[in-house]
Design a protein around this ligand. Structure first.
Ligand code: ADP
Ligand code: ZN
Ligand code: ZN
Length: 729
């Protein structure tokens, strides 16, 4: 027992074990400390920044084992209780310790303990920094008006004429947009609106009008605009800068330099920034006066964190809105089937924008079956003609292929050697290094573990010096296009190009200025760029998404095809989309040809319902990695055995999905058999997984609450992790 005068604090730390850690505070420290304060504490042989969650006068630890606080970061902002409440929800939903959610939500600069001599205040330095938007300084092309122009005085954006007062020459909303905005404005409390409109239907304008209206209510309100990616859409930041010229805007994404990100974060936390625009991590930022949330491209996979705490920022944005009692708008041309179903069931409110703002025919979809065709560089004769036609008319063409690199694998035709990755169950991809003068250098790169090696001079197995690239990636496709269209100005965009700061933007800007005739690249080209002169889009290979082991593959394929198709014909001229596929009769293409998301989505939902797949059931995945596959599978087997008695009575564990329990009984939880992951070996570790599922989200979470402590007691040389609502299985 401790004496009554002792003071202890409970601290959250970024460690995967335990929940709260006790430290001793001196009476002086305790007098000033409150939950939400920041401290530096000793942890093993190092120091860590922690967040105070409670002050107590007792501790369960032996008193002599409780260590003292090293420092109180007294000019750090005290984080609000409702933020801890929200993060507590996130932590319990994903079944992780609160500290493991809360600390990574702070910018890296602020969660590392200040160096002994760099005492001065990092916080006050950050507060003095001017917040710069990405691309600030060099005005984005087409940005109307200058920042700091006319004072903003928005009236009711639903009334005609008031829009003229918005800076950056905001257009007057059309009838469909006004209808959507009226619906959103009609519900001041928590409500999820699904703004469903094809690319170019004016969703962004609806967001901006809504956010401006909310901001105009008082001088404190904050609004959050979430986007899948910022670096690639300078048009968006340019637009925001012009439209919200008199507001402080905080931009939050992980590519910002540390100090800049910390300065933006601090401005959001302290309420100085009123418009917060960011990627998935933005949802975990404390925003004291948050009144509205927009999640743009809500279906986008990048809202799902794929390491650490695997949260869905889209789902957590909805949870945050619900806790705050504020509206949230999810926008997409191809909503996730989860959101689509919620709208059909009336849980979300659908706000449709049926037509493009600038009327004009949709691109005509042509399906080209490459079977028995004279393919050149992966392109069928019809495909080559389509590109040729666009170029001859002085219009632009875009060739889309979702595989970067030169070729997906290198082989020796003499002995059959393949460029397998020694760490992973996959192949290393042949890449050409950007060569500045001199001959190009080729490397073999594993896209999964990042291991890289020079291309061997000769086959490592038989010594043959003729090694052959198999298949093609964007680099090789670009070479082919240069050969086929020697007069065309060609630019490529993929993650390899984008690795160099500013390079992606350069390609996009050049395309806008009309300095590029032919764009080739990956999904990066599909995102939100409005190319006015583009009249031909080619999808080189659409088939990997049609018949995949992953039941979400068609949903993703449809979304990306809609998105690339949406790049064409935006100026209203005739245009076409050419899809090369061996399955031209697949119904997905019929819906795509009509640009009919609803019929595609409804057909998918019918299939999902019939086979009891999400969103009709809820899933979690126990992932295990070990040095040997048997070790991982054995651990999962024991975890499954430990879980079986916890499944609701009547649940035939392993008996297949959708097995009904007794009427009135809690929905059963089904545990499937442990299996190796689709890519079993990654970075030298063997990986296996066990899927569990239930028709009731509540039952699934209750089961996890009971099960996870039992897994924690199991012995085994493994690392394990639970993932809730996995999107890749
Ligand atoms: P989305 O976000 O659905 O792709 P945007 O909001 O970006 O669509 O609108 C597409 C284009 O149409 C943009 O260039 C935008 O400025 C323009 N636009 C949107 N709404 C209107 C409107 N009501 N009147 C005129 N132009 C508009
Ligand atoms: Zn060989
Ligand atoms: Zn690898």
């Amino acid at each position: 027992m401790s004496s009554v005068r002792d003071s202890f604090i409970q601290v959250l730390l970024d460690v995967p074990i335990g929940e709260r850690f006790d430290y001793r505070a001196t009476p002086e420290q305790a007098a000033d400390l409150a939950p939400g304060d920041w401290v530096v504490v000793p942890w093993a042989q190092t120091r860590k920044v922690g967040l105070v969650v409670a002050l107590t006068t007792t501790t369960d630890l032996a008193e002599d084992r409780v260590r003292g606080i090293l420092a109180v970061l007294d000019d750090a902002p005290r984080l609000p209780a409702d933020w801890f409440g929200f993060l507590g929800f996130v932590a319990s939903y994903y079944h992780r310790p609160l500290g493991e959610v809360a600390l990574p939500a702070l910018p890296k600069l602020l969660r590392s303990p200040p160096g002994a001599k760099a005492r001065g205040s990092v916080f006050s330095r950050l507060r003095r920094r001017v917040l710069a938007l990405p691309g600030a300084g060099d005005a984005a092309p087409g940005t109307p008006g200058a920042p700091g122009g006319a004072a903003r005085e928005p009236g009711s954006p639903t009334s005609a004429g008031s829009d003229a007062h918005l800076p950056g020459r905001s257009p007057e909303l059309n009838a469909a947009q006004r209808g959507a905005l009226a619906q959103i404005l009609a519900s001041p409390g928590f409500e999820v609106h699904l703004l469903h409109g094809v690319t170019g239907s004016g969703k962004t304008e609806v967001y901006l009008h809504w956010l401006a209206t909310v901001l105009a209510r008082d001088a404190f309100t904050q609004v959050l605009l979430m986007v899948p990616e910022i670096g690639l859409t300078p048009q968006l930041t340019g637009l925001l800068r012009a439209r919200f010229a008199d507001q402080t805007i905080a931009v939050l994404h992980s590519d910002l330099p540390d100090a800049e990100r910390a300065a933006h974060w601090l401005a959001a936390v302290e309420g100085r920034a009123r418009l917060i625009v960011g990627t998935r991590l933005a949802v975990l930022t404390p925003m004291p006066a948050l009144a509205a949330i927009v999640v743009d491209e809500e279906h986008d996979g990048s809202y799902k964190q794929q390491e650490g705490v695997r949260y869905s920022a889209r789902d957590m944005a909805v949870a945050l809105a619900s806790r705050r009692g504020i509206p949230v708008v999810l926008g997409s041309a191809t909503p996730s089937l989860e959101s689509w179903l919620a709208a059909q069931r009336g849980r979300y409110r659908l706000a449709p924008l049926a037509d493009r703002v600038h009327a004009g025919a949709w691109p005509v979809l042509r399906r080209i079956d490459p079977k028995r065709k004279a393919m050149v560089h992966g392109l069928a004769p019809e495909t080559r003609q389509a590109i040729e036609l666009a170029l001859s008319k002085g219009e632009q063409a875009l060739v889309f292929m979702n595989r970067r690199g030169f070729a997906p694998v290198l082989t020796c035709e003499a002995c059959g050697w393949l460029s397998a990755c020694e760490n992973c169950s996959t192949f290393r991809v042949l890449h050409r290094q950007a060569a500045t003068g001199g001959p190009a250098r080729y490397t073999l790169l594993c896209h999964h573990c990042g291991a890289q090696e020079r291309v061997p001079r000769a086959c490592p197995t038989c010594g043959n010096i003729d090694l052959t690239p198999l298949g093609r990636g964007t680099q090789r496709l670009e070479d082919g296009l240069r050969e086929l269209f020697p007069g065309a100005r060609i630019a490529r965009l993929d993650r390899d190009v984008a690795r160099h700061r500013g390079a992606a933007r350069e390609v996009i800007d050049a395309a806008h200025r009309g300095e590029v005739d032919l764009l080739v690249g990956t999904q990066m080209l599909a995102k939100g760029h409005d190319f006015r002169n583009l009249s031909c889009v080619v999808v080189v290979d659409a088939d990997s998404g049609l018949y995949s082991g992953d039941f979400r593959a068609p949903e993703r394929l449809f979304a990306v095809l809609m998105q690339v198709a949406g790049r064409a014909g935006r100026a209203g001229a005739a245009s076409e989309v050419v899809v090369q596929t061996r399955f031209p009769l697949h119904p997905l293409f019929d819906a795509l040809a009509r640009y009919d998301f609803a019929s595609f989505a409804n057909a998918q939902l019918a299939e999902r319902r019939a086979s009891a797949l999400p969103p009709f059931v809820f899933q979690a995945l126990l992932r295990v990695e070990a040095n040997k596959l048997e070790t991982a599978l054995d651990f999962l087997g024991r975890a499954r055995a430990a879980g079986e008695p916890l499944c609701a009575v009547g649940a035939p564990s392993g008996g297949g999905p959708g097995a009904p329990g007794a009427p009135g009984a809690p929905a059963p939880v089904t545990l499937f058999d442990p299996v190796p992951m689709p890519m079993a070996r990654l970075a030298g570790k063997e990986r296996a997984q066990l899927l569990l599922e239930s028709a009731s989200r509540k039952a699934l979470h209750a089961f996890l609450d009971a099960w996870l402590p039992r897994i924690a007691e199991l012995k085994g040389a493994v690392r394990w992790q639970i993932e809730v609502d996995p999107i890749e299985i």
